[in-house]
Ligand binder design. Structure first.
Ligand code: FES
Length: 694
């Protein structure tokens, strides 16, 4: 917290100190160690050696110059001279020019103190440089170096007891719980370290008793943590230094549970139909995670025993299967979670191969359809931290939707089905080399150009054919489907009701009869890629489900407009917000305020790994999020039907219209009644029955 202004204007024997990048500042008596000043202001500066000048974790830099905004004249002359501890450290290790050890330098005048990026913040975690976001660290693990008294016949205090006393004396930790496996080893570790050891303390909540989870002889100057997002299709894992925040390696793999069922409900069915189904799926996901841990450790040359903390997120079914919980109850109404709050475990309880003392934190789930992954995405994007109304959408087979601001947050899931991922589309495929991902259609000639994944050039470039030879042009992926249907609408090939205009067949050979409906030929090659009437309808059904869910949440919030939209997840990363809005996937919004945010769930998991304060933040937020069950809302159907039109039958899109010339509204083209505009048949789960029993 910034020091109050009245404190900042104060005596002459005090100095004003500003810490960057946090911007926290305060006045301190001359002679105060810079590290103490940082601690007082709540600026997290790492220290393993407790200020002995041997770990080098507390490095800072002084910014020189006049900082008019803050009224500070900062200079290296305003910090104590390079002292003996710093000289010793610089001789033994590498201390870059201009760097100081904050534990061993004191404030002698006004200062602007920089916590260097490589020490404090992870540049990769700052995923979006444009937003200039950084994760302030406050991890649940602290490494504490201590030197303890040797045993003395006249003071029969046990070795471990003297270690605990030293931890209280040097680090302020009292009432420490000691993990039992440490007991048989403590004497040999102390002697190997010549009575100097480094202890790993785990304290998830500042009010909780600290736990001693590992001990090493001498100075141990590094510890790691993992953040893992278990998706139903892929698992992504990041290995980060808990002391610097740096992400040292990342790895991903497909979720091996796919062999038990492509989608979530078929995996629940598998559990119900097979006596060992749950165990088999739990085993499969944990094995995959262990392999990823092996990968990241190998890539970064890290010993897996040095991983001391882990954070996991996933949708409710992935969350349950990972924790070894039967997900059957999530297969039908009322979609009861076995546990919705955050879960604290030991890695060994989950068969995860790390240090035997490693702790695991699993984020809370929001509801039976809206999981810990949505909670993590919420933590990352922060609708609950906004004054304005933010919509967060993670599009998958089930879209998870969160809408809100600092006053109130509501959440729901919507049954979009797999069309956005390329399934149910005649030429659809997953995003892979050769898949069409971008499309433009000339409104005059109806001729298309497109781009495929793996080739930079558009299809009308002379070098395109050569460059696309390897991958071929194999199909169309989710972002391509969104674009081609939006472009077909903008070019007048389909009406606002989504009907392909067969009359255009006279004008263009691209429009071809397909039974009683018409299709658009996007690529006349091998294979021939066409957009059929059924493809358009599948996308209409999916986007209507998403929009209807969003609309319900807007009504709950009494919100007519949305100020910003965040697309999370792989799909969201590739779709162009403009086309998503032309189709009416999302409500009208200033296009400049619509952004793809990548794997927001993974970022949220990293935030919870590096800062335990973020764990409390999301626990508190999830507790008060209003959960809306779209299946039970009577107006869902009405919103759904209105959303079948492009972009929408009733809702205006003034901000989109200002940016994109939308076609004039016209009478729907007759499609001899073949266009079915009923909502997608809701899955067994959505209908409230249990899979495998209907
Ligand atoms: Fe270890 Fe400063 S705290 S060198």
């Amino acid at each position: 917290m910034n020091a109050p202004e009245k404190d900042i204007k104060s005596a002459a024997d005090e100095a004003l100190v500003l810490f960057m990048p946090s911007g926290k500042r305060g006045r301190f008596p001359l002679g105060t160690p810079v590290l103490d000043a940082a601690r007082t202001l709540g600026v997290y500066v790492e220290s393993v050696c407790g200020g002995r000048g041997i770990c080098g974790r507390c490095q800072i830099e002084i910014q020189e110059g006049h900082f008019a905004k803050h009224g500070i004249e900062s200079s290296n002359a305003h910090i104590s001279e390079f002292g003996p501890k710093e000289k010793r450290y610089a001789q033994k290790r590498d201390l870059k020019d201009g760097r100081r050890l904050s534990c061993s330098s004191t404030i002698e005048g006004d200062l602007v103190v920089d916590i260097p990026q490589d020490v404090q913040i992870n540049a990769q975690v700052v995923r979006k440089a444009a937003q200039d976001r950084y994760i302030e660290r406050n991890p649940a693990i602290q490494l504490c170096y201590v030197e303890i008294e040797e045993p003395d016949m006249h003071k029969p205090l046990g070795d471990l007891d003297r270690l605990k006393s030293a931890l209280e004396r040097d680090w302020g930790y009292s009432d420490i719980i000691v993990d039992h496996p440490i007991l048989p080893e403590i004497q040999s570790v102390l002697r190997r370290g010549n009575w100097a050891v480094t202890v790993a303390i785990h304290q998830d909540m500042e009010s909780a008793r600290p736990s001693m989870i590992a001990v090493w002889p001498g100075l141990k100057n590094e510890a790691y943590g993992i953040a893992c997002d278990i998706g139903s299709t892929t698992i992504a894992l990041h290995l980060s230094s808990l002391l610097s925040g740096a992400t040292v390696a990342s790895a991903g793999t497909s979720n091996p549970q796919i062999r038990f069922g492509e989608d979530l409900m078929s995996r629940v069915s598998y559990v119900m139909m097979n006596p060992d189904g749950r165990e088999a799926m739990t085993l499969a996901v944990r094995k995959a995670i262990n392999e990823l841990i092996e990968d990241v450790c190998r890539d970064s040359n890290v010993d897996r025993n040095d991983i001391l903390d882990a954070v996991f997120v996933g949708n409710p079914i992935m969350h349950h299967l990972f924790l070894g919980i039967d997900p059957t109850e999530l297969g039908g109404a009322p979609f009861a979670l076995a546990v919705s709050g955050a879960v604290h475990s030991w890695a060994s309880e989950l068969d995860l191969d790390m240090n035997r003392g490693t702790r695991v934190y699993t984020l809370p789930c929001i509801a039976g359809h809206v999981g810990a992954d949505a909670a993590a995405a919420t933590l990352s994007e922060g609708p609950h931290r906004q004054d304005k109304m933010m919509l967060l959408v993670d599009v998958g087979t089930n879209a998870e939707i969160v809408l809100g601001n600092a006053s109130r947050v509501v959440a729901a899931s919507s049954p979009t089905g797999p069309a956005f991922e390329g399934a149910e589309i005649s030429s659809g495929q997953r995003a892979a080399p050769g898949a069409i991902e971008r499309v433009r259609i000339d409104a005059e000639t109806l001729e298309p150009i497109f781009r495929v994944i793996g080739v930079e050039e558009w299809s009308d470039a002379p070098e395109f054919a050569e460059k696309a030879r390897n991958s071929g042009i194999t199909g169309i992926c989710g972002s391509g489907i969104i674009e081609v249907i939006a472009e077909m609408y903008l070019a007048g090939i389909i009406s606002e009701d989504g009907v392909v205009d067969g009359a255009l067949a006279e004008k263009s050979a691209r429009i071809i009869a397909d039974g009683r409906t018409f299709s658009y030929v996007l690529h006349d090659g091998h294979p021939r890629i066409t957009i059929t009437q059924n493809d358009v309808r599948a996308i209409q059904l999916a986007k209507s489900a998403l929009y209807a869910g969003i609309k319900l949440l807007m009504e709950k919030q009494n919100a007519d407009t949305i100020d910003s939209i965040r697309f999370a997840g792989a799909f969201g990363s590739f779709i162009d917000p403009k086309y998503a809005m032309v189709l009416g996937l999302i409500p009208d919004c200033d296009l400049d305020h619509v952004a793809a945010v990548g794997n927001a769930a993974g970022t949220g998991a990293q935030m919870a790994l590096l800062n335990r304060g973020h764990r409390r933040e999301i626990e508190d937020t999830v507790r008060v999020i209003d959960k809306i069950e779209t299946a039970l809302e009577p107006k869902f159907q009405e919103h759904f039907v209105n959303a079948m039109a492009l972009p929408n039958k009733v809702d205006p899109f003034p901000r989109l219209s200002a940016a994109v010339k939308l076609p004039e509204r016209r009478q729907p083209v007759e499609a001899d009644g073949s266009l079915d505009t009923r909502p997608r048949r809701r899955s067994r789960a959505e209908r409230g029955s249990r899979p495998g029993r209907s």
